[in-house]
Design a binder for this molecule. Structure first.
Ligand SMILES: Nc1ncnc2c1ncn2[C@@H]1O[C@H](COP(=O)(O)OP(=O)(O)OP(=O)(O)O)[C@@H](O)[C@H]1O
Length: 342
């Protein structure tokens, strides 16, 4: 439903050209949560703002439900933007308005009758859990509550798409969790397509179905979140994953593992779903006489799937180890040799 084709955005300021987005190609399906992850300056905000034409792309095409955005006049664009809600890192609430007035504002702009506005505002405040705050001003609210008001406001015109610009970056971890739960809830209840940008893999892992990784203006990798964890193709992705699985092996341990004579390998075994690892390792011992030791292990939930990773140290005859690795791969484990520590 959202299609970006060869989208580029170049800024020019005082003779300096910055290519913020370079040739981006993305298709976002209706009802999914799509994340864009990248470090500061990667071009995420520029890309997101191109979707609703807050930034006009320098070149390329953006289509929403088959409508070419560059073909819309000002009025059509305004109507289209009503179908695209947006929330921001710093909430962007009207400080002089109450919670009620903030949520009602887009409905008033759209000239919705007062009675309908009232019913809608109450429904939205209930959805975001702020029924008792309608008379409060933004300054009287916590960060999490402000973001809830912003979400209610973004949903006022029943958008089909919600764009989230680092929506949880200013929040503490616990509040982040509750806002992500709310976004997930909204996505399921209303089947709203959500596009979010973040620099935190945790956010991607918790709620996104698919992800694009941005580096220096380019999309360097995209696909399902689980595939990204299972089989990252770029160093940028690997670094982001390391933020979730801090599996750097201490040098002190590596030097202890370096033994004499036998082949000594460090393997990373990744698995998805219910592949239970323990019997697999026990079978490896029973079948091949190999006795790997577990150096590191982690298991986590990626949206509705289970993803696990083990780092194993294995010693023995190289041919037997190779047979053992083949056996592990047959059990649906992804095996990578991280280091030959011989
Ligand atoms: N309006 C603008 N004028 C000039 N340069 C801009 C403008 N907006 C963004 N840029 C530049 O484009 C590049 C990408 O910025 P952008 O904000 O899109 O990245 P980002 O990944 O969202 O980073 P952050 O997470 O720090 O916001 C940066 O070099 C930035 O300085």
């Amino acid at each position: 439903m959202i299609e970006l084709r060869n989208v580029s955005k170049t800024f020019e300021q005082k003779g300096v050209r910055v290519e913020a987005v370079k040739q981006a190609n993305i298709q976002i399906h209706k009802g999914e949560i799509f994340g864009v992850i990248g470090y500061s300056g990667a071009g995420k905000s520029s890309l997101l703002r191109c979707i609703n034409y807050l930034e006009k792309p320098t070149s390329g095409s953006i289509q929403i439900n088959g409508v070419e955005m560059s073909q819309l006049n000002e009025n059509d664009l305004r109507m289209m933007r009503r179908k695209i809600g947006m929330i921001f890192q710093h909430f962007n609430l009207l400080s002089s308005g109450t919670v009620y007035q903030n949520v009602a504002a887009p409905l008033q702009l759209a000239k919705v009758p007062r009675k309908m506005i009232d019913a809608k505002v109450r429904e939205l405040l209930e959805l975001v859990g702020l029924e008792d705050k309608e008379k409060s001003y933004p300054r009287q609210l916590s960060g999490g509550q402000k973001q809830r008001v912003a979400i209610a406001r973004a949903l006022a015109n029943d958008p089909e798409i919600l764009l989230c610009d680092e929506a949880t970056s200013a929040l503490d971890p616990q509040t982040t969790e509750s806002i992500l739960d709310l976004l997930l809830d909204i996505n399921r209840k209303y089947e709203i397509t959500i596009v979010l940008i973040t620099h935190e893999m945790h956010v991607i892992k918790k709620i996104c179905d698919r992800v694009a990784v941005m580096d220096n203006g380019r999309i360097v990798e995209q696909g399902s979140v689980i595939d990204l964890f299972y089989s990252p193709q770029t160093n940028t992705s690997r670094k982001f994953i390391q933020g979730v699985f801090d599996m750097e092996i201490p040098e002190l341990l590596l030097s202890k593992l370096r033994n004499s004579g036998k082949t000594s390998l460090l393997l990373r075994a990744s698995f998805i779903g219910e592949s239970v690892t323990e019997p697999v390792l026990a079978d490896l011992t029973a079948k091949y006489g190999l006795r790997p030791s577990i150096i590191y292990g982690n298991i986590t939930q990626i949206k509705e799937s289970i993803f696990g990773m083990l780092v194993l140290h294995i010693t023995g005859d190289r041919v037997i180890i190779e047979n053992g690795i083949r056996f592990l791969k047959e059990q649906n484990l992804k095996i990578e040799v991280i280091q030959d520590v011989e």
